[in-house]
Design a protein around this ligand. Structure first.
Ligand SMILES: [Cu+2]
Length: 104
């Protein structure tokens, strides 16, 4: 599984993410959070096989995106590194995450 991003870098300010679930079978979601540092590791709950969101402050999410459907999320971003990830069980581990760089 992948989460692809285009572009991978944007300027700070109001950003709208147009999120498309290109998977013909499974539902997905997209969470957005700002990393404290570019190499910050997210807290992971191995038993539940997902990122422990209760320990994170996310900036929003697009939930329950049906196969082939789309959603959008607008957030005001300051410079830094942001993590985009799907937190449906097993999806993060399977590779559904990516980072976005926000520049001044
Ligand atoms: Cu997913």
């Amino acid at each position: 599984m992948t989460l692809t991003l285009e572009p991978v870098s944007v300027k700070a300010g109001e950003v709208t993410f147009m999120v498309k679930n290109a998977d013909p079978i499974d539902e997905h979601e997209m969470n957005l959070m700002r990393l404290k540092s570019a190499d910050q590791k997210l807290p992971f709950n191995a038993k539940k096989n997902h990122v422990d969101e209760s320990q994170l402050k996310t900036l929003g999410e697009v939930e329950d995106i049906k196969p082939g459907a789309s959603g959008k999320l607008t957030a005001t971003l300051k410079p830094g590194t942001y993590m985009l990830f799907c937190n449906i069980k097993g999806h993060y581990k399977a590779g559904m995450h990516n980072t976005l760089t926000v520049t001044k």
